[in-house]
Design a protein around this ligand. Sequence first.
Ligand SMILES: Nc1nc2c(c(=O)[nH]1)N[C@H]1C(S)=C(S)[C@@H](COP(=O)(O)O)O[C@H]1N2
Ligand SMILES: [Mo]
Length: 205
Amino acid sequence: MSETPSKNYSGRIPPGQTPTTKFPVMSLGPHPKIDLHKWELRLFGQLKRPFTLNWEQFIGLPQVIVEADFHCVTQWSRLGNAWSGVSASTLIGMAELNRKARYVMVHCHGGYTVNLELDVLLARNVLFAHRHDGAPLEPGHGGPVRLVVPHRYGWKSAKWVKALEFLEINRDGFWESLGYHARGDPWKEERFADGNSTTDDSTEH
Ligand SMILES: Nc1nc2c(c(=O)[nH]1)N[C@H]1C(S)=C(S)[C@@H](COP(=O)(O)O)O[C@H]1N2
Ligand SMILES: [Mo]
């Protein structure tokens, strides 16, 4: 895999989505300023070996490149992104799950949270990315490090990640607590928890 993805788009647009070549920045508040020397990623909760990594340790882990399409629930899709970083499964392997672990809450600088099923995070194409399309990840797009979950709507791809909390019992993240779907599979149009797939034009995420 390379950092220049293919642009064959057939069959890659989920229902209700429109492709864009731009890469809109979608976030709630101002972009947090994160000093790489102070950056940390903490794994805690239902784990046998909870740990915290600094930037050098994170960059020293095996790196992968994932080519993936990105689908925002506000109906734009950006196809063929090349992300590079560390597979979620690499980090989870290091932490050694407790048998009770079933869900993960992702915590971000600025207070944003997102919940995911553990199985979703363990998929091969899920990574903590620090590069996008051949360049360091821009602060607006979640730099230094963001989660990328290609098979879920974009709100699950948390930017400015700082911690992963492994849970036995599921909890809602930010958008999930406001009525968005717990899973958010774009191919099933899992936009809202009540099953209504109509997107309100006034939403901004
Ligand atoms: N920390 C944080 N992560 C976030 C968001 C946010 O507001 N804060 N917005 C989410 C939403 S709704 C989308 S669509 C994507 C957008 O990523 P982009 O700004 O790189 O396009 O980031 C997701 N991750
Ligand atoms: Mo979004």
